[in-house]
Write a protein that binds this ligand. Structure first.
Ligand code: C2E
Ligand code: MG
Ligand code: MG
Ligand code: MG
Length: 276
C-alpha cells in the first residue's frame, strides 16, 4: 500500500510539472500574441517636485489586458518575458508607444514633461541596444528626442556589455535613471563612473520614513551618499503625507507614489499636462 501511495505521489508530481510546463508555453504564446494583437498599453505615473507638487515627469508602466485572464501585472509576466527573451520586443514596443504618446500630446497642444521608460537587463546586454535606441531617438524632432529618459536597475549593470550600453546612451545625452536604488547589488564605484541623471530610491527605503527613526537614519545615510555622488533623487512609492513631508525636509527634490497619484491611463494623464 505504501508503494501505491508513492507512485500516486510521483504521478501527481509529474502532472504538476507538466501543468507548469504547459502554462509556460501558453504564457510565451500569449505574450507573442499580445504584441501582435495590441493587448499591451502604457500607463503613466506622475513624478512630482516635492516643494511645489508640480509635475516634472511621467514613468511609463506597461499593462497587459489578457483576453481571457484579464489584467496581468508586469510583476507576473516581465520576469518570464526576460527568461524567454521576448522582453526585447516588448521593450521596443514600450519605447515606441511612449514616443507615439508624447507626439500625440504635443500635437494636441499640451505642454510636455519627460517620460521615463523601463529597460530590462536583457535589453541592455544586447550589443546593438544602445545604437538602436540612439538612432531611433536621433531620427525624431528635437522636442520629442529630449522627452525620453530610460530607467534601469542596479543589477542590470553586472555585465561589461550593459555598462558599455549605458556609456553610449549617456554620451548621447539620454537621461538614465537608476531604478530601485537600495535593493540590489550596488557597485558604488561603477555608479559613480556613470553619468547617471537621477537615482530612484526604492519604495522599501521610503516606507515608514514618516515615523520610524531607524528607517529615517538609513534613508538619510543613502541621501548623503546620493549627495556625494552628485545625483538627484526621486523617492519612489511615497504613500503618506508624513513620508512626503519628511523627504521634503531632507531636501529630496522629487517623488513618485500613491500619495500623489497612482499610474494613470493616458486619457487621465492629460489632466496633469493641462495644469502645467
Ligand atoms: P518599477 O519600475 O520600480 O515601477 C514602480 C512600481 O511601483 C510600479 O508597479 C508602480 O505602479 C508601483 N508604485 C508606484 N507608486 C507606488 C506606491 O506608492 N505604493 C506601491 N505599493 N507601489 C507603487 P507596476 O506598474 O506593477 O510595475 C512593476 C515593475 O514592472 C516595475 O517596477 C518595472 O520593474 C516593471 N515594468 C513595468 N513596466 C515595464 C516595461 O515597460 N518594461 C520593463 N522592462 N519593465 C517594466
Ligand atoms: Mg521604473
Ligand atoms: Mg522602481
Ligand atoms: Mg521595480
Amino acid at each position: 500500500e505504501g508503494k501505491e501511495l508513492g507512485r500516486g505521489h510521483i504521478r501527481r508530481f509529474e502532472s504538476h510539472m507538466a501543468t507548469q510546463a504547459v502554462r509556460q508555453l501558453e504564457l510565451e504564446r500569449d505574450l507573442r500574441r499580445a504584441l501582435l494583437e495590441g493587448q499591451f498599453r502604457l500607463v503613466y505615473q506622475p513624478q512630482i517636485a516635492l516643494n511645489t507638487t508640480e509635475l516634472i515627469g511621467f514613468e511609463a508602466l506597461i499593462r497587459w489586458r489578457h483576453p481571457e485572464r484579464g489584467e496581468i501585472s508586469p510583476n507576473d509576466f516581465i520576469p518570464f518575458a526576460e527568461q524567454t527573451g521576448i522582453i526585447c520586443r516588448i521593450g521596443e514596443w514600450a519605447l515606441d508607444c511612449a514616443i507615439w504618446q508624447i507626439k500625440t500630446w504635443h500635437e494636441a497642444g499640451l505642454a510636455l514633461v519627460p517620460v521615463s521608460v523601463n529597460v530590462s537587463a536583457l535589453q541592455l546586454a544586447q550589443p546593438l541596444f544602445a545604437a538602436t535606441v540612439i538612432a531611433r531617438l536621433d531620427a525624431l524632432p528635437a522636442y520629442l528626442r529630449n522627452q525620453i529618459a530610460l530607467e534601469l536597475t542596479e543589477s542590470t549593470l553586472m555585465h561589461e556589455q550593459a555598462l558599455s550600453s549605458v556609456h553610449q546612451l549617456t554620451a548621447a545625452e539620454i537621461p538614465i535613471f537608476m531604478d530601485d536604488f537600495g535593493t540590489g547589488y550596488s557597485n558604488l564605484s561603477t555608479i559613480s563612473q556613470l553619468a547617471l541623471s537621477k537615482l530612484k530610491f526604492d519604495r522599501s527605503l521610503i516606507q515608514n520614513v514618516g515615523n520610524d527613526a531607524s528607517h529615517q537614519r538609513v534613508c538619510r545615510a543613502l541621501l548623503d551618499l546620493a549627495d556625494a555622488l552628485e545625483l538627484e533623487v526621486i523617492a519612489e512609492g511615497v504613500e503618506t503625507l508624513e513620508e512626503a513631508q519628511w523627504l521634503a525636509e531632507q531636501g529630496v527634490l522629487y517623488a513618485q507614489g500613491y500619495w500623489f497619484s497612482h499610474p494613470l491611463e493616458s486619457a487621465a494623464a492629460i489632466a496633469y499636462l493641462k495644469r502645467l
